[in-house]
Design a protein around this ligand. Structure first.
Ligand code: SAH
Length: 217
């Protein structure tokens, strides 16, 4: 019981910090208050699960920093009706947050072992509105397009063209773009059916590499 209270307090403090850093979307904050992040990190790092920092999840990959998860999720402006495409399933933490805020999540991960573990984590939480795919997410997932929102959780050298194609009119794509050591977080909105795009910067960030045909080699 003690342990449970300690975890819940740590999670509340994490969300308070995210709020202080400027995230306002109450649905996003509520989802982060409810999803047990400690179940998505390796056992030996559980003590740090609610610190505002990325953590190693094995295979050279990381679970994103909570503030960045909140910032990116808020930027998608979800109202619960959307089909969302996520590239980089990783631990499945971001996937779980998204699944609570939209209708269906399609998530793509290139490393089979990470996808498998994420599928088990989500199943354990009773999360059912998610479809998983192992493959190169820089090509998107065309079968289910168009998507009202797309989130890429790995750093890209440029915006992959297939993701723009698979974005619905009025849809938002959030993606870190830049060098291997530093990226700019971008929100790209498809403004009309002629393909007019609006580009906004949400600030600097550091992600692991997006590896694939339309990403890094
Ligand atoms: N959202 C994740 C963060 C994972 S880190 C979380 O909350 O845990 C980024 C992930 O992107 C890694 O798991 C990496 O293997 C994956 N990745 C990199 N390139 C990819 C690609 N082309 N397609 C799909 N996944 C990719």
């Amino acid at each position: 019981m003690r342990e449970k209270e300690r975890i819940e307090r740590a999670r509340r403090e994490m969300v308070d910090l995210i709020r202080r850093r400027g995230v306002r979307d109450e649905r996003v904050l509520q989802a982060m208050l409810e999803v047990p992040r400690h179940l998505f990190v390796p056992l030996h790092l559980r003590e740090m699960a609610y610190d505002d920092t990325p953590l190693s999840i094995g295979s050279g990959q990381t679970i994103s920093q909570p503030y960045i998860v909140a910032l990116m999720t808020e930027a998608l402006m979800l109202d619960g009706t959307e089909k969302v495409l996520e590239i980089g399933t990783g631990s499945g933490y971001q996937t779980t947050i998204l699944s609570r805020l939209c209708r269906w999540v399609y998530t793509v991960e290139r490393l089979p072992e990470l996808s498998k573990r994420a599928q088990e984590s989500l199943k354990g939480l009773g999360c059912r509105n998610v479809s998983f795919k192992v493959g190169d997410g820089t090509l998107g997932w065309s079968e289910h397009a168009p998507y009202q929102a797309i989130m890429v959780t790995a750093g890209a050298p440029k915006v992959p063209e297939p993701l723009i194609t698979q974005l619905a009119v009025g849809g938002r794509l959030v993606i870190p773009v830049g060098s291997q050591s530093h990226q700019e977080l971008l929100r790209i909105t498809k403004e009309n059916d002629k393909g007019k795009l609006r580009r906004e910067s949400l600030g600097g960030c550091i992600f692991v590499r997006l590896i694939g045909e339309e990403g890094w080699n």
